[in-house]
Design a protein around this ligand. Structure first.
Ligand code: F3S
Length: 296
């Protein structure tokens, strides 16, 4: 039978895990739990929560008296907090502490009149939330070119922060530019290592195993990236659920199998895949024994 090794970093990061746990605890305790936007981009988990009575608000204005409103790990801008400070609304803040730290940095520096530069994706909810804690001039740059453009217009002291999932190499390039061109710009490396650590461990597993199974949404960009990096070293398959294991070659033909999962894959889906894998292996092994008996 092949050995199976599961990555320690498979699945939710600390911040997402904390937010999801919080919602599951809340539904046990109170009624009318609502999340501001889907708590996570995983349809199975969102469905499960909806069956437990959790609904999704598209905007803070939709909250009503008696609601418990959860802010997800990406965080939100200051204005959203103000809109939810209404009588009868119970606000539960599941903003990841690493994101909340960025909010604090930009709020303090923009209150002091400094310009804020955010290295990140201007459409990402986390970046919109960070922008929502800036009082004055604020720019979002996605790469070195955009940073160079912005730097041409900055006259005041400025700071630069990064979206927590910003690409580490791109960030290094941006920091180099700032170091070479500016004397009045301070940068804060606010990249969270959860994504990089998950990827590094996946590469290591792919180097040590014949087969890699990556569990996660086919549309999830971080899951696709995991598959890509693993495929360089081992035969790799991306599965959304345990049912898809049927489409794989017989697992017993491999000597070792590594398993990892994307950032939005719930633990119970990972467990289901592992359970089905072990059932399949037992069955395949039984069939092999039977075939050998027959040959003799
Ligand atoms: Fe996750 Fe928080 Fe990092 S949500 S990716 S632990 S910033």
């Amino acid at each position: 039978k092949p050995t199976i090794t599961v990555a320690k970093t498979a699945g939710f990061c600390f911040g997402v895990n904390r937010a999801v746990d919080l919602v599951y605890h809340l539904v046990e305790e109170v009624t009318s739990v609502k999340t501001l936007g889907p708590i996570i981009h995983n349809p199975q988990l969102v469905d499960d929560l909806s069956q437990k009575g959790v609904s999704i608000l598209d905007s803070p204005q939709q909250a009503r008296s008696g609601d418990t409103v959860v802010i997800r790990s990406h965080g939100v801008g200051q204005q959203v907090y103000e809109e939810l400070e209404r009588p009868g609304i119970h606000l539960v803040d599941a903003t990841c502490p690493f994101v909340a730290k960025i909010h604090k940095i930009v709020a303090e520096h923009s209150a002091a009149g400094e310009t804020i530069i955010i290295a990140g994706d201007k459409n990402h909810p986390e970046v919109l939330g960070i922008q929502g804690h800036c009082q004055g001039e604020c720019y979002v740059v996605k790469d070195e070119q955009e940073l160079l453009e912005v730097l041409k217009n900055i006259k005041k002291p400025a700071i630069m922060v990064a979206q927590t999932t910003f690409h580490a190499n791109l960030w290094r390039k941006c920091v180099e530019i700032v170091k070479n061109l500016c004397t009045n710009l301070v940068f804060f490396d606010t990249i969270c290592n959860a994504t990089n650590e998950r990827q590094a461990e996946a590469v290591l597993l792919a180097q040590q195993n014949d087969l890699m199974i990556v569990i996660g949404g086919k549309e999830s960009s971080n899951t696709k990236k995991l598959k890509e990096v693993c495929a360089e070293f081992a035969e790799t398959y991306l599965l959304e659920t345990a049912e898809e294991l049927d489409k794989l070659p017989p697992l017993c033909q491999y000597a070792s199998i590594g398993v990892t999962a994307g950032a939005s894959t719930p633990a119970y889906i990972i467990k289901e895949v592992l359970k089905t894998m072990s059932e399949m292996l037992n069955k395949q092994e039984g069939e092999m024994d039977f075939a050998t008996l027959f040959e003799q």
